[in-house]
Unconditional design. Structure first.
Length: 555
C-alpha cells in the first residue's frame, strides 16, 4: 500500500512538471491577438442563433469546410460570452488546456510503462513540431481537446478491463462518453474504437467485445448525427479528391507526414532524430513480437487514413494523430531496449529527447514569429484609417474579409484602409497610394514604408520574368474547379485576385469544391521558382460553367 502511495505521488509530481514545462515552452502565445481563421469562427458565432452548434445542423452546412465540430464552437463561444472579444482570456484557456496534454499522455503511458519511459513518451509528444503548431492557433483548439478527451477514454477503458462487475461497466460507460465527446470535437477520435480492444491487457476477447458495446453505440450515434447534419460520412474539405487520385496521395502521404514531424526543415540533427525515433519504434516490433507490430501498425494506419482525402494541401495538425502513435511506440520500444541493454535504451531516449528539444525550439521560433507578425498585422488592419495601405499581410485572404466585417458591423468602426498581398500590385498600379505600411520584424509592428515604395516597385517589377514558360488549364466539372499548372514540378504556384490584392497558394494540380457559384473567376497564375525568380500569367477569365474548359500557355 505504501509503495502504491509513493508511486502515485511520483506520478502526480511528474504530471505537474509536464504542465509547468509545457507552459514555459509556449507561454508567449498569451501576447497574441486574433490570427488565421479566428474572425471566420467569430462571425458564425455572432451571426448564428445562440448555442446553434448544439442543435442547428443547417449552420454547419453553411460552413465552407463542411465539418462537424460542435465542441470547438462551444469552447470558443464560452470564452466569448464570459470575456467578450478580448484575446488574452482565449489564449489563457488555450494554454491551460494545451499544458494538460502531456500530463494526460503521461497518465495513459503509465498504465503500461514505468515512470521513466512514460515520461520519455510524454516528452517526445510535447516537443513534436506538429504539437507545437497547435499552441498558437485558437481555431484548432478541438485538436487539443481531442487529446485530453481521448486520453481519458483510454484510461477509463483500461480501468474497466482491470475491474469486475458493476465497476467495470461504470468505467466502460465513462470511457464511451469520453469517446463520443472526443468524436464530436473532431472526427480524428473516431478510429479509437478499433484501438481500444487491441490494447495489451490480460483479458479474454469475449469480455472485451462485451465492454466495447457502449462505444459501438456511441459510434452509431455519432455517424447518424454526422450524416443528418452534413449529408455525408466523409466530410467536405475544400479540395475535391477523386478515387483515382487516392493512390497518388497515399504514395506521397508518408513523406508529407515525416516532413511535418521535423517542422519541414531537413538537417543533420533532424535526420538523426528521425533515425533514432525509428530505432526505438522498431525495437518494440522485434523484441515484443507480432502483436506489437499489429497494434502499432493498425494505430498508425487509422491515424493516416482520415488524413488521406485532405492531404492535397498538407497542414501540420493533420499529422497530430500519427505523431501520438509514434511517440507512444518510441517510449514503449525504449523500455524494451532498456530491458535487454539498459545503456542502449537510455542512450537512444536521451539523444532523442535532447535533439528533439533543439528542433522544437528552432521550429517554434519560426512558427511563433509568423503568428506574432500576423497578430500585429491584424491589429493594424483593425485600426487602419482611410488612406492607409498594408503591404503583404499574412492573414488568410478569406479572413481579411471577415476582419473587415467585424470591424464595421460588430465594432462599428469606419471601413478605412486597403491591402495587397503580392507586389505585382505595385507594378500594375502606379498611381499614388497614400501611406503604405509593412511589417517590421525589428520592432514587431507595422511601420510606415511610403518612402521606400518607389525603390521596392522598381526592384520587384524589373525582376519579373515575363517571358518565362508558364501554362494553365481549368475545367469546371462536377461542382468543382479543376486545374493543372506547369511546366515546372518544383516551386510554388499561386492564384492572384485583384492584381495581387489576394493570393492563394495552390497545388500544381488539384480540384476545389466551389461553395459560392459565380459566372466566372478573374485570376492570374503566379509561379515562384526554387531559385527565387517569379513569373505571372495575364489575367485569365475562367468560366464556372459545367464542362467549360480554358487553356493558356506561354512557351
Amino acid at each position: 500500500m505504501r509503495k502504491d502511495s509513493t508511486a502515485g505521488w511520483a506520478d502526480l509530481v511528474i504530471a505537474l512538471a509536464f504542465v509547468a514545462v509545457a507552459w514555459l515552452l509556449y507561454y508567449p502565445i498569451l501576447r497574441l491577438w486574433w490570427t488565421y481563421d479566428d474572425f471566420y469562427h467569430f462571425r458564425h458565432l455572432i451571426t448564428g442563433r445562440p448555442w446553434w452548434y448544439l442543435f442547428d445542423g443547417a449552420e454547419f452546412r453553411r460552413l465552407e469546410s463542411k465539418v462537424l465540430t460542435p465542441l470547438l464552437f462551444l469552447s470558443l463561444d464560452v470564452d466569448r460570452r464570459l470575456f467578450g472579444l478580448h484575446s488574452y482570456p482565449f489564449y489563457l484557456h488555450q494554454l491551460v488546456a494545451f499544458s494538460l496534454c502531456p500530463a494526460a499522455i503521461y497518465g495513459v503511458l503509465r498504465i503500461w510503462l514505468r515512470h521513466l519511459w512514460a515520461a520519455v513518451g510524454a516528452w517526445v509528444f510535447l516537443i513534436g513540431p506538429v504539437i507545437a503548431s497547435l499552441a498558437p492557433l485558437l481555431f484548432v483548439r478541438h485538436y487539443i481537446e481531442v487529446i485530453l478527451l481521448g486520453s481519458l477514454a483510454v484510461m477509463a477503458w483500461a480501468g474497466a478491463l482491470r475491474s469486475t462487475g458493476k465497476r467495470a461497466w461504470m468505467l466502460t460507460l465513462l470511457s464511451a462518453a469520453f469517446y463520443f465527446t472526443a468524436s464530436m470535437a473532431k472526427e480524428i477520435a473516431v478510429p479509437l474504437i478499433v484501438i481500444l480492444p487491441l490494447l495489451p491487457e490480460p483479458e479474454e476477447g469475449r469480455r472485451r467485445l462485451r465492454l466495447i458495446v457502449p462505444h459501438a453505440v456511441m459510434l452509431a450515434l455519432y455517424l447518424i448525427i454526422r450524416y443528418e447534419v452534413l449529408g455525408t460520412l466523409m466530410g467536405g474539405y475544400g479540395f475535391k479528391v477523386d478515387l483515382g487520385s487516392l493512390p497518388v496521395l497515399a504514395l506521397v502521404l508518408p513523406g508529407k507526414i515525416t516532413e511535418e514531424f521535423i517542422g519541414g526543415r531537413i538537417s543533420v540533427l533532424a535526420i538523426l532524430f528521425l533515425i533514432l525515433i525509428a530505432v526505438g519504434a522498431l525495437a518494440l516490433f522485434f523484441l515484443r513480437g507480432l502483436w506489437a507490430l499489429i497494434v502499432t501498425g493498425a494505430a498508425l494506419l487509422l491515424a493516416l487514413l482520415p488524413v488521406l482525402p485532405v492531404s492535397t494541401q498538407m497542414e501540420p495538425r493533420y499529422a497530430v494523430p500519427a505523431w501520438i502513435v509514434v511517440a507512444v511506440a518510441f517510449a514503449a520500444g525504449c523500455q524494451v531496449l532498456a530491458e535487454k541493454k539498459r545503456w542502449i535504451g537510455a542512450a537512444v531516449g536521451l539523444i532523442v529527447c535532447l535533439s528533439g528539444l533543439v528542433l522544437n525550439r528552432q521550429d517554434w521560433n519560426v512558427r511563433f514569429a509568423r503568428a506574432e507578425r500576423m497578430s500585429a498585422e491584424d491589429r493594424f488592419l483593425f485600426d487602419m484609417r482611410e488612406g492607409d495601405v498594408l503591404r503583404q499581410p499574412l492573414l488568410l485572404t478569406a479572413s481579411l474579409g471577415e476582419l473587415q466585417w467585424m470591424k464595421e458591423k460588430v465594432f462599428h468602426r469606419p471601413r478605412g484602409g486597403r491591402w495587397f498581398q503580392d507586389d505585382l500590385y505595385l507594378c500594375l498600379h502606379r498611381e499614388p497610394m497614400g501611406r503604405v505600411w509593412g511589417y517590421d520584424p525589428a520592432v514587431r509592428r507595422a511601420a510606415d514604408i511610403t518612402t521606400r515604395i518607389a525603390v521596392l516597385r522598381k526592384q520587384f517589377c524589373s525582376s519579373i520574368r515575363w517571358d518565362a514558360p508558364l501554362s494553365a488549364s481549368f475545367q469546371d466539372s462536377g461542382g468543382a474547379l479543376r486545374w493543372d499548372l506547369g511546366p515546372y514540378r518544383e516551386g510554388k504556384y499561386s492564384f492572384l485576385m485583384g492584381d495581387g490584392v489576394a493570393v492563394f497558394e495552390m497545388p500544381r494540380s488539384a480540384a476545389f469544391q466551389m461553395q459560392e457559384r459565380a459566372p466566372f473567376l478573374l485570376l492570374r497564375v503566379r509561379y515562384e521558382s526554387p531559385e527565387g525568380w517569379v513569373t505571372y500569367s495575364p489575367e485569365l477569365r475562367v468560366p464556372l460553367v459545367e464542362g467549360e474548359e480554358v487553356r493558356w500557355g506561354r512557351k
